[in-house]
Design a protein around this ligand. Structure first.
Ligand code: AHR
Length: 501
């Protein structure tokens, strides 16, 4: 098959916000403990931070980090995680049926982010078992320079300077019945309005994220968004979307089209934001924070430990090992996020280490890159600082059980700050290679091109502890410059990044 992407530099969607390459660290399984934090590990620094993991996080190019949950935050008392480590309480974590030792908390996270390259902290407050006052307390503790009980407590705990946290998530997945403190949309909307108003009184510069739907297929999808927005539109800056994709009954064709679902999810939530904005005759803008996204196969299984006497510390949970087909879908999800960069101003890959993550570790052992690491790192490297273009894609379609007729190719183009162009493209066909031609409608002179492709003839190929580099990016040697533009062959089920200068 063939496909053509026609780029005109004049047609743009939006600048690429750095926050699109955010990720997520939850107190869940081994994301924190033996993930980013493992005192005694051969590479650990004086804080107990694994340097091998920090090196990979830098290579990944992850930006803002959402913390500390997730479902975990809905039962979390932030004060448990500050002050002298010896006196921090061991607590039950009901979300993941684990013991939280609280050895790692806000101060450790802030310090880790500094060491990981100065990444932004996106802090979530507990609106499950707690409310407005506790959110205000945490904000005072974090952002007030000093001179009050809580800000002075922070200083006494070793952080003379405020943490200056800009982005705050007002709870997590509050529409989900699995969520501790789950709420009806009406109750949650009122709580968001009240909490947001209070937080802004304390610090007018905060950027606030209200929970949207936990996924596109929630029964309450739509009603939830509209109700929450009606109560809180003027007081928030972002509404969240969460979505995880998996293969259903072996239906690879539909799975490979998951980017279509993410795209329509974003469009629909955008339409709801616009509707409420119009009804309220508001000038205020609300954007989307896609603050949990990934491929996650065993989403529906309850892998939690069980038993009143069984609350392990940092058990192995959600340690998904991604086949190359999952990484191709993952690359397509990044394309969908970029194509919607006008709406989506923040996104968090869930999660960063060990838990449905691009980086895996073994306690006292190595850290390595999953298949999904590669599309993320390459997209971040080429797209950061650029502008998303609005090219025309012409290609054939194929039929899927789940989404009907969908394009065989998905693609997005970025104009980089240095004037060069990056193109990301996915071939969703399981049978045919596709010859992609990238042409410049505006007649721009291109002189050189390089291409990296993620593909394996074995769709099940994965990177494991014993075979850490089984799947990596490869130079795509079919790429060539011709009078009509750039030509490249996209193998079946593959993800490709082109850099055209
Ligand atoms: O990322 C794993 C979990 O998925 C999060 O804790 C929760 O918010 C979502 O359901």
């Amino acid at each position: 098959g063939t496909a053509t992407l026609t780029i005109d530099d004049h047609f743009t969607i939006a600048p690429v916000n750095d926050r699109l390459f955010g990720s997520f660290v939850e107190h869940l399984g081994r994301c924190v403990y033996t993930g980013i934090y493992e005192p005694g590990h051969p590479t650990a620094d004086e804080n107990g931070f694994r340097q091998d993991v920090i090196d990979l996080v830098k290579e990944l190019g992850a930006t803002a980090i959402r913390y500390p949950g997730g479902n975990f935050v809905s039962g979390y008392r932030w004060e448990d995680g500050v002050g002298p480590k010896e006196s921090r309480p061991r607590r039950l974590d009901l979300a993941w049926h684990s013991t939280e030792t609280n050895e790692f908390g806000l101060h450790e996270m802030a310090k880790w982010l500094e060491k990981a390259g100065g990444n932004e902290l996106m802090e979530a407050v507990n609106l499950g078992t707690r409310g407005t006052q506790e959110a205000l307390d945490l904000l005072e503790y974090a952002n007030v320079p000093g001179g009050t009980a809580l800000s002075d407590q922070r200083r006494a705990n070793g952080a003379e300077q405020p943490f200056n946290i800009r982005m705050w998530c007002l709870g997590n997945e509050m529409d989900g019945t699995w969520q501790l403190g789950h709420k009806e949309a009406d109750d949650y909307g009122k709580l968001v309005a009240m909490t947001a108003l209070g937080m802004r009184q304390l610090d007018p510069d905060v950027e606030l994220v209200a929970c949207g739907s936990s996924n596109h297929y929630m029964q309450s999808f739509g009603t939830w968004e509209e109700t929450v927005l009606q109560h809180a539109y003027e007081y928030i800056d972002f509404l969240s979307c969460h979505s995880y994709y998996h293969i259903d009954n072996g239906d690879m064709a539909s799975f490979l089209a998951s980017g279509e679902d993410m795209n329509s999810f974003i469009k629909e939530v955008g339409a709801m934001i616009d509707t409420v904005k119009a009804k309220l005759k508001s000038d205020h803008e609300v954007h989307i924070s896609f603050d949990e996204w990934n491929v996650w196969y065993s989403e529906k299984e309850d892998t939690n430990p069980h038993g009143i006497d069984n609350w392990p510390v940092a058990p192995r949970l959600l340690e998904e090992i991604y086949p190359v087909s999952g990484a191709v879908v993952f690359g397509d999800l990044l394309i969908a996020l970029l194509k919607n960069a006008d709406r989506v101003r923040s996104a968090s890959l869930a999660q960063l280490v060990n838990v449905i993550a691009p980086i895996m570790t073994e306690p006292s052992g190595p850290a390595w890159r999953q298949t999904t690491f590669y599309p993320f790192a390459e997209t971040a490297r080429l797209a950061k600082g650029g502008t998303v273009l609005d090219p025309i894609l012409q290609c054939d379609t194929y039929s899927t059980q789940r989404y009907g007729e969908v394009p065989l190719v998905d693609s997005v183009a970025i104009r980089r700050a240095d004037g060069s162009v990056a193109v990301f493209a996915v071939n969703r066909s399981q049978e045919q290679a596709i010859d992609l031609t990238v042409t410049s409608g505006a007649g721009t002179e291109w002189t050189s091109v390089s291409a990296q492709t993620l593909h394996d003839d074995d769709l099940e190929a994965r990177n494991t502890l014993d075979d850490q580099n089984r799947v990596t990016l490869h130079d795509n040697t079919t790429v060539a410059m011709a009078p009509d533009g750039v030509h490249v062959t996209l193998p079946p089920v593959s993800w490709t990044a082109l850099h055209i200068r």
